[in-house]
Design a binder for this molecule. Structure first.
Ligand code: SF4
Length: 102
């Protein structure tokens, strides 16, 4: 039988467990192109929209999906990137920190 005391004692434990579960399942935020970090690296969700004059290191075929720092599989639409603080970047995107996946 559940007494009022045991019921009340269980509430904080349940709240902590729910909070931890939510944090464990939380996805990092998507990197916005307007984010100062993205702006400084010339990041675009779509690599074809990269400003080639400003970011001359961009070459056709370079994308987040084939970058060393892309933390997902090549087929993943979005994945975290260490160069932008672990935020999610688009697999078809690009930034000036691109480095060919080994
Ligand atoms: S470092 Fe690589 S994966 Fe990260 S945003 Fe730049 S190109 Fe994309």
């Amino acid at each position: 039988m559940t007494t009022r005391r045991t019921f009340l004692a269980a509430i904080p434990v349940t709240a902590i467990a729910l909070t931890l579960t939510r944090k464990a399942n939380a996805q990092p935020a998507k990197l916005e192109e307007s984010d100062p970090m993205a702006v400084s690296l010339g990041y675009k969700h779509d690599a074809s929209k990269v400003d080639n004059k400003k970011f001359a290191s961009y070459a056709a075929g370079h994308s987040c999906a084939n970058c060393q720092l892309y933390q997902g599989k090549a087929a993943d639409a979005w994945a975290a990137c260490a160069a932008v603080g672990g935020k999610l970047v688009n697999g078809k995107g690009w930034c000036a920190a691109w480095s060919k996946k080994a």
